[in-house]
Design a protein around this ligand. Structure first.
Ligand code: HEM
Length: 122
């Protein structure tokens, strides 16, 4: 499977990340985490990371997931809300379901590096 092509290449991934970051910005469960974030930089790093993850000709050179999120107090439920915002963005962009599942599995595997805090739901 050429997942990179199923994501519409670099242009499709850029659209997806714009939609995803828009969803996060509109998500009151988690948007406060991003209040002081350089959004253009974040979008750039996410495009590189997703492009590489789905087999595209990109190299992610940003921080490790542990370093990027350390001290941020990300909870399991915050992580799950962000994952839902990504699934909504993929649905909006009409990414084929098998390609959606491929990326979500990779993102899920990063959870232990990102979640560092307990919240009211655990
Ligand atoms: C699998 C899920 C996630 C992935 C793949 C991911 C990926 C990234 C990447 C690539 C960066 C940029 C790193 C760099 O600057 O080099 C970043 C930064 C950031 N992430 Fe995540 N992230 C995830 C989950 C989360 C969650 C759940 C939250 C909070 C709810 C979060 C909050 C942030 C914030 C606030 C920054 C910006 C830090 C700054 O201001 O520089 N991330 N993330």
């Amino acid at each position: 499977q050429d997942y990179y092509a199923q994501y519409g290449g670099k242009a499709g991934i850029t659209k997806l990340i714009n939609t995803f970051v828009g969803n996060v910005a509109n998500d009151p469960h988690i948007n406060y985490y991003f209040a002081h974030t350089n959004i253009p930089h974040l979008k750039y790093e996410l495009v590189q990371q997703v492009c590489m993850a789905v087999g595209g000709p990109c190299k992610y050179t940003g921080l490790s997931m542990r370093k990027a999120h350390e001290g941020m107090g990300v909870t399991e439920s915050a992580f799950n809300y962000l994952a839902q915002d990504m699934m909504d963005a993929m649905q909006t962009q009409r990414i084929p379901m098998s390609a959606q599942n491929y990326l979500i599995a990779i993102l899920a595997s990063m959870e232990p590096q990102i979640v560092t805090a307990n919240g009211p739901l655990g």
